[in-house]
Design a protein around this ligand. Structure first.
Ligand SMILES: C[S@@+](CC[C@H](N)C(=O)[O-])C[C@H]1O[C@@H](n2cnc3c(N)ncnc32)[C@H](O)[C@@H]1O
Length: 273
């Protein structure tokens, strides 16, 4: 489904990419924001990974590992396995001494792995930020061994379309525009993940969507709040939001009893023949 995005400013810009954006690792608060992402969505990721049949000695690839919680979980649950944790910026990737994790500075857009190297390839909140997701999805599937699993998870802003709160719709759509024009992010493609996994020939495809509830003080609320607050200087500089929009959103968020859903995480996985 495509939805026309409307916001205060939708002027074309050339995306500079993730590493120069307001969510780059050098941004103040980014390590903490990644921690809120992990707390919000690790339970869904772990539930999906736990359901897969992986050998005790599984060789796993964690792409765009961020602050590394899923690589650490894999290391704990497959101590006889081997986990490769990649990112273009590896400063947050620290593991227990002796953990079976190799950290690799690696750009998924430009760098390869040998075909059929891994029992599991996992990427969360990564492909939506990258150009040409379909090509990257195919390459990631190519790195999976026959019988192994590709698990891809990405955020979608689709839930906000049904929000009864105009200011939340405005803020979220402005965030969608800012992510698209500065990073190159597509916050709508996640909805199509299951069909895309089938389209590249994976079988046993399954999917689950985890709503990002906000306003209830829970884990997804903390992630949404951290992302909203961190994006504000970039919004004000780009003209995608004004001070009065920001104050109106904060006031709604503080309103007793307010809850809504602005985003959701789509988790989809399939097996290579
Ligand atoms: C939103 S964070 C998600 C981190 C982690 N996957 C998680 O869900 O907790 C996106 C991560 O992808 C990394 N990244 C961005 N572009 C990349 C690329 N071309 N190749 C590999 N990693 C990349 C970023 O540095 C960042 O750590």
């Amino acid at each position: 489904m495509t939805t026309r995005v409307e916001a205060a400013s939708d002027r074309p810009a050339v995306p500079t990419g993730y590493g120069s954006s307001y969510v780059a690792h050098h941004t103040p608060g980014e390590r903490s924001r990644l921690g809120t992402l992990e707390a919000a969505f690790d339970p869904a990721t772990i539930q999906a990974l736990t359901g897969l049949s992986l050998p005790e000695t599984a060789v796993c690839l964690e792409l765009g590992a961020g602050a590394g919680s899923i690589a650490a979980w894999l290391a704990t649950h497959r101590p006889r396995g081997h986990i490769v944790a990649t990112d273009t910026d590896i400063r947050f990737l620290r593991f227990q001494p002796g953990a079976p994790v190799r950290v690799l500075r690696h750009d998924i857009v430009t760098e390869d792995f040998p075909a059929a190297s891994f029992d599991l390839v996992h990427a969360r909140a990564l492909l939506c930020h990258l150009p040409d997701h379909d090509r990257i999805l195919e390459r990631a599937a190519h790195w999976v061994r026959p019988g192994g699993w590709l698990v891809v998870e990405d955020l979608t802003v689709q839930p906000v379309d049904a929000s009864p709160h105009p200011i939340l719709r405005k803020i979220t759509r402005a965030g969608e525009v800012l992510f698209r024009t500065t990073v190159g992010t597509d916050l709508r493609w996640a909805q199509t993940l299951p069909q895309r996994l089938r389209g590249i020939g994976l079988h046993d495809v399954q999917a689950r969507t985890t709503p990002g509830t906000i306003g209830d003080g829970g884990a997804t609320d903390a992630f949404w709040t951290a992302t909203f607050e961190q994006s504000l200087p970039a919004h004000l500089a780009a003209g995608t939001l004004r001070h009065e929009d920001i104050e109106a959103m904060r006031a709604l968020h503080r309103t007793p009893g307010f809850t809504d859903t602005a985003v959701a995480m789509v988790s989809a996985w399939g097996r290579r023949k």
